[in-house]
Ligand binder design. Structure first.
Ligand code: URA
Length: 238
């Protein structure tokens, strides 16, 4: 692949913009500036580092990242009422048209994956794959045993006819208002509506895991990082 094409694919601008960026001596690899936009780059190994304006960036043919989503952001590239999560990320990702893998409500926080890998996106959101998603909810009222049982056996959500159920429902150790719930479906506002269906109310909601991948404790709200091989394996339960 030609260098200018590679930079374009990595989200550094249009082909023309990348050509002039390179000609201006702003691109370097292995400590050396390369000012030839038509340099043949061959097959770059995943993770190879290059620098633009002295800032290092790893090469990834397909981008897969995780974000610890804060409250107050929409999971949409055309956000309407709140800022979109994309403004929390470097602009390269918007140019690469990263899509959210399963949206979170504006108020929901926690683990959000984004990718420009259409196949991966499809696999992760496909209802047939049943990738489990784990949520931690703070409830308005303590969850009663009967309500817990209903969540596990199936509740009918408002305006729906088929029941939906949780794979697992666990209460917090010291607080019965903290609930951990695992879902394999992705219905609209599902956690909030399930709790409403059993007469409770979700005061705060955080997605803490997808598959066996957990929201890293060292990833602060509003921060992102690349997904590595281990993360991807955990996602698929490998
Ligand atoms: N269920 C909800 O109600 N909201 C989310 O953001 C995710 C799951």
């Amino acid at each position: 692949m030609l260098l200018e094409r590679l930079l374009q694919q990595q989200g550094f601008g249009t082909r023309k913009e990348c050509r002039s960026l390179i000609r201006d001596g702003r691109f370097a690899m292995q400590g050396e500036i390369c000012a030839d936009p038509f340099r043949e780059m061959g097959d770059l190994p995943e993770g190879s580092e290059f620098a633009v304006d002295g800032i290092f960036w790893p090469y990834h043919a397909k981008a897969v990242i995780m974000l610890n989503k804060p409250s107050g952001y929409e999971c949409s590239r055309r956000a309407l009422h709140y800022p979109g999560v994309h403004i929390l990320l470097p602009p390269q990702f918007s140019r690469r048209a990263l899509e959210c893998v399963g949206r979170l409500d504006v108020e929901t926080t926690g683990l959000l994956l984004l990718t420009d890998d259409g196949q991966l996106l499809h696999q992760l959101i496909s209802p047939r794959k049943k990738v489990p998603k784990r949520y931690r909810a703070l409830l308005a009222e303590e969850l009663l045993a009967e309500a817990r049982q209903k969540l596990l056996t199936g509740v009918i959500l408002k305006n729906e006819s088929t029941p939906t159920l949780a794979e697992a429902v666990d209460l917090g150790k010291n607080d019965a208002r903290i609930l951990y719930m695992t879902l394999t479906e992705g219905r609209y506002h599902q956690v909030r509506r399930m709790l409403a269906a059993v007469g409770n109310h979700v005061a705060a909601l955080c997605r803490v895991g997808i598959g066996a991948l957990e929201l890293p404790a060292d990833l602060p709200e509003g921060s992102w990082r690349w997904m590595n091989k281990t993360d991807l394996n955990l996602l698929w339960g490998k």
